[in-house]
Design a protein around this ligand. Structure first.
Ligand code: NAP
Length: 340
């Protein structure tokens, strides 16, 4: 009897992606499983679509796994690519499926901070009819302000394009200079320190890797303008959150827009929750119908390719550099094999 391969997805996938997957595999969707329950599903799974922490222990519990399809681009802090490569397991991601989407929310947070939109919303609901005089503080134009982008990669570039349309002056710092953006006149390079000092709005778009962990700490926050706003759409661990809370409470910077946190969900007792000069969103950078469909289609296509014994398209760069893998598990493709 032919046993269909098993795909475990930690996300509810768009129906177009489900259709592609269900043609060849059993798909188990487990959005809210505990780690133990997920591991129980992984014991006979051929593919994972998700954002789980995939380390050696995870791989030991998933002996049939052939592909980890990361539902997003920020796999660096979650997936042990080296361990997967050693075991012949592909790691894929969804580059460019969400760059514009994350950039749109970045602009959203910038505008929320500049114009105090959440404060104004609360004012209309709770106080407007009671106050004779308008007691709301004035906002700020973003036109003419300097936007500092830390990491001018796929998302950073899309942010620059949108910010340019708002009339902002754009500076960036990256370990590799982005000649395309510079030639287009989109963004000018600055050193990390210059970027911190010059920015009215400072937005983070680097991956969380050892070199970027706590890249923004007390020293960096003290270099920023007291009128500056910090936006983090990348990963919580890039900012020293304790130092940030101090900076916000003591006025070293004016405010922050945060989509990501050191611990997620953000603990109820986090000082950030009570601060008026912050805007908080629950890690929703890629959460639009369109982006989630594109991401699901990319993951599904790669999973099916591996199950068929083909190489996936969106292999992560660290693994692509090591190709051809000597012995990747999907070589024969379970779809071509009879059951065991
Ligand atoms: P990307 O294209 O790889 O861009 C990241 C940029 O940062 C690259 O240009 C990279 O240079 C640069 N960089 C790496 N290390 C650096 C360092 N130490 N100093 C300065 N620059 C450095 O990635 P992306 O697609 O734009 O995504 C960026 C991050 O956004 C992801 O890693 C993820 O964590 C986060 N994200 C968050 C959400 C959300 O929902 N909030 C959604 C999607 C992504 P090299 O290319 O030379 O390494």
């Amino acid at each position: 009897m032919l046993v269909r391969p098993k795909v475990v997805s930690q996300f509810k996938l768009h129906q177009d992606a489900m259709k592609i997957l269900e043609e060849v595999a059993e798909v188990v969707v487990v959005p809210s499983l505990s780690h133990e329950d997920l591991m129980a599903e992984m014991s006979d799974a051929d593919a994972l679509i998700g954002a789980a922490k995939v380390d050696k222990a995870f791989l030991n519990g998933a002996p049939r796994l052939k592909i980890v399809a990361s539902f997003g681009v920020g796999y660096q802090d979650r997936v042990d690519v080296e361990a997967c490569t050693e075991r012949g397991i592909f790691v894929t991601y969804t580059p460019n499926a969400l760059s514009g989407t994350v950039a749109e929310l970045t602009m959203g947070l910038i505008l929320c901070l500049a114009r105090a939109i959440p404060v104004a919303d609360a004012y209309v609901r709770r106080r407007w009819w009671r106050s004779k005089a308008k007691s709301l503080p004035l906002g700020l134009d973003i036109e003419g302000k300097t936007l500092g982008i830390l990491g001018l990669g796929r998302i950073g570039y899309e942010v620059a394009k949108r910010a340019k349309a708002f009339g902002m002056r754009i500076l960036y710092y990256d370990i590799v200079r982005n000649s395309k953006a510079e030639e287009e006149g989109l963004a000018s390079y600055a050193s990390f320190e210059e970027l911190l000092k010059a920015s009215d709005f400072f937005t983070i778009h680097v991956p969380l890797i050892p070199e970027t962990r706590k890249m923004i700490g007390e020293r960096e926050l003290r270099l920023m303008k007291r009128s500056a706003y910090l936006i983090n759409m990348a990963r919580g661990g890039i900012i020293d959150e304790e130092a940030l809370c101090k900076a916000l409470a003591e006025g070293w910077i004016a405010g922050a827009g945060l989509d990501v946190f050191t611990i997620e969900p953000l603990p109820k007792d986090s000082p950030l929750i009570k601060m008026k000069n912050v805007v908080l969103t629950p890690h929703i950078g890629s959460a639009t119908v369109e982006a989630r469909r594109r991401m699901a289609l990319m993951n599904a296509t790669d999973v099916v390719r591996v199950l068929r014994g083909e190489e996936p398209i969106n292999i992560v760069p660290e693994q692509r550099r090591r190709l051809p893998l000597k012995a990747w598990k999907g070589r024969e493709g379970p779809l071509a094999m009879s059951s065991d």
